[in-house]
Write a protein that binds this ligand. Sequence first.
Ligand SMILES: C[S@@+](CC[C@H](N)C(=O)[O-])C[C@H]1O[C@@H](n2cnc3c(N)ncnc32)[C@H](O)[C@@H]1O
Length: 272
Amino acid sequence: MSEVGRDSKDWTVVDEGWGREAVDFSTLSEPNNCREYVAMHHFVRVDAGDRLLDVACGSGLAIELARLRGALCAGIDASARLVAVARFRSPECDIRVGDMHDLPWEAGAFDVVTSFRGIWGTTPDAVAEIRRVLRPGGRLGLTVWGHIKVSPGAWALAPFRLASQEKVDNQASMVSLGRPGAGESLLEACGFVDIRRVEVPFAWEFADPEVYARALASTGPAYEAMQNVGPDAFHQAAVDQARAQVRDGLPLRAEINVVGYLARKPEEDAQK
Ligand SMILES: C[S@@+](CC[C@H](N)C(=O)[O-])C[C@H]1O[C@@H](n2cnc3c(N)ncnc32)[C@H](O)[C@@H]1O
């Protein structure tokens, strides 16, 4: 999926794509990611009193769930309208609008950093920033899209390919961190240790094709598709895509391959 403002230079325009339908995103799309959030919080052992930062936190459901485990949470996202929802949900947390490539916290401020499909192949520099704000021995848990084409739920992401050819061509590099060895190499190059790849459960579920189409339309990549073909054509394509998946008496379900990476900043940190 190509994405508005993914380049660090133009992060300020991210809100055009991701923030336009912040209420739909936070209520129709983001709750579907709950399996991923719960699994990663478990893998990274989020515990009471942990100072946790969620990078590219979107509308902050993962922060809300980490709070339930007793973590003291902070978050950052480039979309002001998604951050407004995240703050509404967790008013006591330090949630900021900003760029993941320039984190506005001091070195060593966090015990745990998470990021859910926020760090992609085109954002590797953000990993160095994450390392800086982790304390020595601090834990990292991040997820990236895996092998989408072989996923049973690949149909659910197919309408994003209605974006211009240039944007669609960009998709491969954006999902490259999910390839075997790619994330491990990046984390190692950034000085992380104890790097582990884990399988992360990920399934979107929707009541019907209309709800699916509305949820999908609230995302950043959908914005680029709509810019190319218009909102009506995007909506129709999404509804048509989902109709083929309807099973009597069951929700629409799209299981998608998502990869998790766990890592640790060394206790003895030469780079600091
Ligand atoms: C795939 S969404 C994931 C959002 C959230 N983690 C979730 O699980 O729903 C990608 C997020 O990255 C944010 N984003 C894009 N570029 C960014 C940047 N340079 N700095 C911070 N956030 C950025 C977008 O606003 C969007 O919320």
